[in-house]
Write a protein that binds this ligand. Structure first.
Ligand SMILES: [Zn+2]
Length: 308
């Protein structure tokens, strides 16, 4: 799905598509030799890559700006990545999550960018029966609510259909299929977390607000919305005290960043530390994907919270 040549071919597709000549069906996806005329999509981090690949299939070529194993919040764009954004047919990003991407994506024509922060909230509200109130602080981790990721998939399909109208039906069908799978996952979470001894989750950084909101859990985070924030000794002591009061047996840490904070709190209260993956990126060599990691997270949560 990757590895095709970027550059002139893709730029030609943009010009054709945006001037409306693409309707013949031979131009947008059939006219470019070399990369098969695929739509060039830049995704600013893994969950958006995942959605683009699921919705676009073989019709798109997706480039993730974050390398496997890197932490996406503090991505610094290389000149080649800025060029990739400029050359892309469609740029998927999430404003408020990666400031360096916000800067460049914000300078692109609106027709070729999709800010998932807007879409995820609006469309989920329109398509889902039980949407919770937004967390008070602007939380970018929307993908951890499967229903919001489903809404994102539908929005991505709409945009791909505008760029490549000949295949509008393919994009729509794939987005609906993805929505079906995400709805099933949502059901597994709802059932799996319905009857638990505890409902407080103590995490290293505050990535799980949307997940907690969706499944009626309470997130207690040692640091804020970005994993780079340093936790003060006072904050660590405060969280340890709260953890004791809730009877927590597990303190969650995540892949891609240090587990020092979680280990400190866990040792302090005699709990264990376990991975709860915010799916901000895959680890190098990982064979998992959004679904497998979400299901692994559910198993971890059910164990930590004593769910039946
Ligand atoms: Zn995060």
């Amino acid at each position: 799905m990757r590895g095709a040549r970027p550059g002139l071919v893709v730029r030609a597709v943009v010009v054709v598509a945006t001037t409306g000549i693409a309707a013949s069906g031979l131009t947008a996806c059939g006219g470019s030799e070399g990369d098969g005329g695929r739509v060039g999509v830049v995704a600013s981090f893994y969950p958006l890559q995942f959605v683009a690949e699921r919705v676009g299939g073989d019709l798109v070529r997706v480039q993730n700006l974050v390398k496997p194993g890197a932490e996406p919040h503090d991505l610094e764009l290389q000149p080649s990545q800025v060029a990739a954004i400029i050359d892309a047919d469609l740029v998927l990003y999430l404003s408020g999550f990666q400031p360096s991407v916000d800067d460049v994506a914000g300078q692109q024509p609106p027709a070729k960018t999709l800010d998932v922060a807007d879409i995820a909230a609006l469309d989920a509200a329109a398509t889902s029966v039980a949407i919770q109130v937004e967390p008070a602080e602007k939380d970018p981790h929307v993908w951890l609510d499967p229903t919001r990721l489903a809404a994102t998939g539908l929005a991505v399909a709409d945009r791909l259909a505008q760029i490549d109208p000949v295949h509008a039906g393919d994009y729509q069908a794939k987005a609906e299929s993805l929505r079906g799978q995400l709805t099933a996952l949502d059901g597994e979470y709802a059932r799996g977390l319905a009857n638990c001894v505890r409902r407080d989750i103590i995490t290293s950084h505050a990535a799980f607000g949307y997940l907690a909101s969706r499944y009626d859990l309470t997130q207690i985070a040692v640091t804020g919305l970005s994993p780079d924030e340093e936790a003060s000794p006072e904050r660590l002591a405060e969280v340890a005290q709260t953890a004791r009061e809730t009877g927590a047996t597990t303190i969650f840490f995540e892949t891609l960043v240090s587990n020092r904070v979680a280990q400190t709190v866990a040792e302090e209260i005699g709990a264990k530390a376990a991975v709860l993956d915010p799916i901000e990126g895959l680890e190098p060599g990982s064979t998992g994907d959004y679904f497998s990691i979400m299901r692994s997270n559910l198993t971890t949560l059910r164990s930590a919270l004593d769910c039946q």
